[in-house]
Design a protein around this ligand. Structure first.
Ligand code: AMP
Ligand code: GLY
Length: 429
């Protein structure tokens, strides 16, 4: 079979690598891909942008692709899955209607409330409906969110009511363009964050191995928010008891609620959770896709054939399959360009990739491109070095051995990815 992966990041490299490993798969196309996908056996990059929905449908039809998996949110929110379905093409992902769970935080909050799924209390405003008296009646800190897609940048934690007002007004004034036309203001929830990702088929869901990412740029979870500086799987914070609670209180009612609301959900569904001290899994956000960089360690551990799981989901038969996981832990460290998450330089030569390829583990590419046989930096998050080990601490050592092998001018990465999990692990005798 022929598979098409849409996107150009580390998640898409991992998806392409995993699909190419299947004996059922003869070739994998990646649109547009990166220098890492270009180097994988059975994988070929095609120069169609991830946002070019018509171009993607055309590509899948002309190449007689059997299965498409869409990585990033933008084409999903734009309705790519509906466009594929209209041409009778199999595409794993949510419909445009269901992808609003990520595309509109205002929609997601209303959905969560209606289906009694735990989440922070909130109110949604436009510039015209903004209620300064309501805001003054709230307790700081508050969290102010642009409702639309803002590439992970549209969230401000405001220590005071005044700062919340300023943040909301900047969003109304166009700081995040159309994404800030509506603004959600919600209570600040203390706790520990966890990502919970499932595959869904409209009716059933199959949880992926647990994972946790680090959103802040600098060591100790400090500095600006990013798309994610590293992730690991499993996440010890998700105990078996918490897993059961998340399925019962978040995932099952969400999948049932989406079906009942006439938009059955197929695809990866990612719940960003804040686990309260009493164990309540509050939903901070839904993503309509797999996480990046969570996908890299998760897919390193997946032993089952991903194409079979996606096809089962597209038949509404996820309840008939299971996923097998490597019992080892996997940990991924993101290597970013200088300046990330703000503007970054591009075109630096990445050294050491051949040496790294001889070490255990795997380097997934994100913002890279190939020029005259050399891999050059081409974005903020450049690589993700993933190690495996009997514990998170051992996976961490393997990942840093890989990361320390590659270099370019200005490369930056955190030194402490996985520290919470390592602290939870029993001491080595
Ligand atoms: P979001 O894109 O909604 O997941 O928000 C981005 C980040 O902001 C989250 O990963 C949290 O670290 C933080 N955050 C969002 N909402 C809240 C909240 N209600 N309370 C505390 N932190 C939050
Ligand atoms: N790592 C967070 C995300 O994919 O949204």
């Amino acid at each position: 079979m022929k598979v098409l992966i849409v996107g150009a990041g580390g998640r898409e490299h991992a998806l392409a690598w995993k699909c190419a490993a299947s004996p059922r798969v003869t070739s994998v196309l990646v649109a547009p891909g990166n220098a890492g996908t270009a180097a994988e056996a059975k994988v070929r990059n095609v120069n169609v942008a991830a946002e070019d929905v018509a171009g993607l449908v055309q590509l899948a039809a002309s190449e007689q692709v059997d299965l498409t998996i869409i990585g990033p949110e933008a084409p999903l929110v734009a309705g790519a899955v509906d466009a594929f379905a209209a041409r009778g093409l199999k595409c794993f992902g949510p419909s445009k209607a269901a992808a609003r769970l990520e595309g509109s935080k205002a929609f997601a909050k209303e959905f969560l409330r209606r289906h009694r799924i735990p989440t922070a209390s909130s109110a949604t405003f436009t510039r015209d409906s903004f209620d300064a008296a309501w805001l003054r009646s709230q307790r700081a800190p508050l969290v102010v969110k642009a409702s639309g897609l803002a590439a992970g940048k549209g969230v401000v934690i405001a220590p005071s009511i005044e700062e919340a007002r300023t943040a909301a007004q900047a969003m109304f004034a166009g700081q995040f363009g159309e994404a800030g036309r509506e603004v959600v203001i919600e209570e600040f929830l203390p706790g520990e964050e966890a990502s919970f990702i499932v595959m869904a088929d409209g009716t059933h869901s199959l949880p992926l191995a647990s994972s946790q990412d680090h959103k802040r740029r600098d060591d100790g979870d400090r500095g600006p928010n990013t798309g994610g500086m590293g992730a690991y799987s499993p996440a010890p914070v998700v105990t078996p008891a918490l897993h059961t609670r998340i399925m019962r209180e978040v995932i099952d009612p969400a999948i049932r609620g989406l079906a009942a609301d006439g938009m059955p959900y197929t695809g990866f569904l990612y719940a960003g959770l804040m686990i309260a001290a009493d164990g309540t899994p509050n939903v901070l956000e839904f993503n309509c896709r797999c996480g990046d960089p969570e996908a890299q360690p998760i897919l390193m551990r997946l032993q089952s054939d991903l194409t079979l799981l996606c096809e089962a989901a597209l038949r509404g038969a996820l309840d008939t399959v299971g996923a097998q996981w490597d019992p080892r832990a996997a940990l991924g460290v993101v290597l970013a360009a200088a300046g990330y998450p703000d503007k970054v330089g591009k075109g630096d030569v990445i050294e050491g990739l051949e040496r790294a390829a001889r070490l255990p583990g795997k380097i997934f590419h994100a913002g890279t491109r190939l020029e005259a046989g050399k891999a050059l930096t081409n974005g903020g998050r450049v690589l993700c070095a993933v190690g495996l080990g009997a514990s998170v601490a051992e996976a961490q050592r393997a990942a840093y051995a890989l990361a320390d092998t590659v270099h370019w001018t200005g490369v930056q990465y955190r030194r402490d990815i996985g520290y919470r999990a390592v602290q939870r692990e029993p001491p080595r005798s």
